[in-house]
Ligand binder design. Structure first.
Ligand SMILES: [Zn+2]
Length: 165
């Protein structure tokens, strides 16, 4: 769903309140959810606000997908939940605009938009892609797993982050 910048008023635009919920299950249509087999949004929220020409996208989603366990190959269901805060800078602004925002809001993700409007499905697509699990492991007791495994890159990153904090 394409939202024009001109549709976003001073108080922002609550996309779901404005456009209804019927489009939510279709947001991820056409997406390759690898390593999942299927993936769909169960719920989604998104508020767009403008600060100058920078477009703030604050939203959340719950997504559900089907996968095969990497360990025992059983089919199981994965649920992903995420809140996100992204600022989309007009492409013609160049990197200077993005740098300014980054200095003030460290936890913001930075993206780009064409300056006229934004494809909302792409925002969710990107956020879901970021939330996709790197390893697919079911929670079955009979999985046959000893519980020991070599640390993956995610674990190493997590450990580094914990040490930093
Ligand atoms: Zn398993």
């Amino acid at each position: 769903m394409y939202i024009r910048v001109s549709e976003i008023h001073r108080d922002g635009l609550d996309v779901v309140a404005n456009r209804g919920k019927a489009w939510i299950p279709r947001i991820l249509e056409g997406m390759d959810p690898y390593p999942l087999r299927t993936c769909r949004l169960l719920s989604a929220g998104l508020v767009l606000t403008l600060a100058g020409r920078d477009l703030f996208a604050e939203g959340s989603f719950v997504a559900e997908g089907d996968a095969f366990c990497d360990r025992c190959t059983e089919a199981f269901r994965v649920t992903m939940e995420k809140e996100f805060h992204t600022v989309l800078v007009p492409r013609d602004h160049g990197p200077a605009g993005a740098t300014n925002v980054e200095l003030h809001e460290e936890d913001l993700e930075i993206g780009f938009y064409d300056g006229a409007g934004v494809e909302v499905n792409d925002i969710f697509w990107e956020q879901v892609a970021l939330a996709l699990p790197a390893k697919l492991l079911c929670n079955r007791g009979g999985c046959g797993c000893s519980g020991e495994r070599a640390p993956g890159s995610f674990d190493i990153l997590k450990k580094l982050k914990e040490e930093k904090e």
